[in-house]
Structures are given as structure tokens and as C-alpha cells.
Write a protein that binds this ligand. Structure first.
Ligand code: PCA
Length: 209
């Protein structure tokens, strides 16, 4: 099995991005791993991701991004066809109320077993929760573009997105954080769970708000 795992470059004033720092610490066990750092740019990120999929023909693609303020590893369940940027991306672009892909569906669901992944992380003592929104910035853009690729060209590709908290060394003392080594361990568990779980658990991950 071949897995493509991506992180993002720093953005929004941070000097590092824990997604990429964790991705490059993951050591594959029993599968082939391709890692890459995506640009935090609406126009460039999806071009880079599509090139990775075309070059490596992976069985699994997991993109990872920073979600400053979140306290847990959050596998994302839903990608929406909306760009609404609160800050400019690293190319200076700030799209407002634009579709990721014109005339495409409003949303796609991940094809990762997100509930099984959350259960595996919690069993390992790592805080985790299913998330139902990846926001409306570059991460959701990449997630939606990835799932559009699955829907239109790669029906057997298992793909999704994982948001991770700040790392302690980034210096956001008011926000929760997780050590990069813990995030790397979580990503390894998400990959191994995906490879061994063809059908997700039938337990609730719902929220009341
Ligand atoms: N997080 C941002 C973009 C890049 C990243 O790591 C987001 O959540 O959209």
C-alpha cells in the first residue's frame, strides 16, 4: 500500500507549522510513505496535491493542517465547496464567498474511517475528536479538492484531512497545544487504522452544536 501524507508550510505569522513538522517525523511500518509540504496558497496547494496523486498513484491520501485553538487531533468528516478567507494566504489571495470548484457539489464526505481513527487515538491516550468543519480557508480548499478528485477520478482512493493543534514551541500560551512527537504518533495510528479498517465504526461522533 502506498500512502501520501502532506503537511502545510507556516502561515498567518507563525514561523513553523506543526502539521509539516509532525508529518516528516512519521516512520512507515509495513507501507510505502510519500510525504510533502503543501504551500498555504489557494492557487498553488491543489496543483501540488494533484501532481502528487498523479505521480505516486497512492491507495491513501491524508492531508494535515494546523488548527490553532483546537485541543485535540481532529479528523475531518465534511469538505465544503466554499472559500471564505479571514486572512490572506501566503500568495496574498483572500477569496470571499467563492466555490473551491465551480458547479461541483456543495460538500463531500471523507472516505477515511474517522470514528475508528478517533477510537484508536483515544485508546493510545491521545486527545481526539471527529470534526464536522475544516473551516473555509486553505485546508478546507485542499480537502474539498482532494475529495472532488476521489469523486470524479479515483473512486477507490481513501482520502481525508486531519487538523492538529498548535505545538508548544510555537508560543501561543493561551491556546492548547500538543507535542509534535505525539502528533506524529497520532498520524501513524490514523494511517494504520485506515489500512486495517475497511468500514468505519457505527458509533456516534455527532455533536449537539
Ligand atoms: N491550516 C490552515 C491552512 C494551512 C494550515 O496548516 C487551515 O486550517 O485552513
Amino acid at each position: 500500500m502506498r500512502v501520501v501524507l502532506t503537511g502545510f508550510e507556516p502561515f498567518g505569522g507563525d514561523r513553523t507549522n506543526p502539521s509539516w513538522d509532525a508529518v516528516r517525523q512519521v516512520i512507515p511500518t509495513g507501507y510505502e510513505l510519500v510525504t510533502a509540504e503543501l504551500p498555504c496558497s489557494f492557487t498553488e496547494s491543489l496543483v501540488a496535491l494533484r501532481a502528487l496523486v498523479a505521480e505516486h498513484s497512492p491507495d491513501v491520501v491524508i492531508c494535515v493542517g494546523q488548527a490553532g485553538g483546537r485541543a485535540a487531533i481532529t479528523p475531518e468528516r465534511v469538505a465544503i465547496n466554499l472559500n471564505d478567507a479571514r486572512i490572506p494566504d501566503n500568495s496574498g489571495a483572500q477569496p470571499i464567498d467563492e466555490p473551491v470548484i465551480p458547479h461541483a457539489p456543495a460538500a463531500y464526505f471523507t472516505t477515511l474511517p474517522v470514528k475508528a481513527c478517533v477510537a484508536a487515538l483515544r485508546a493510545a491516550g491521545i486527545p481526539a475528536a471527529v470534526s464536522h468543519t475544516a473551516g473555509t480557508f486553505v485546508c478546507n480548499h485542499v480537502f474539498y479538492g482532494l475529495m472532488h478528485l476521489v469523486a470524479t477520478e479515483h473512486p477507490d482512493l481513501r482520502a481525508g484531512f486531519v487538523h492538529v493543534p498548535y505545538a508548544p514551541e510555537q508560543g501561543h500560551p493561551e491556546s492548547p497545544s500538543l507535542a509534535t512527537s505525539t502528533v506524529a504518533k497520532a498520524l501513524s495510528l490514523i494511517i494504520s487504522t485506515t489500512l486495517t479498517t475497511p468500514t468505519d465504526l457505527h458509533t456516534t461522533a455527532g455533536t449537539l452544536h
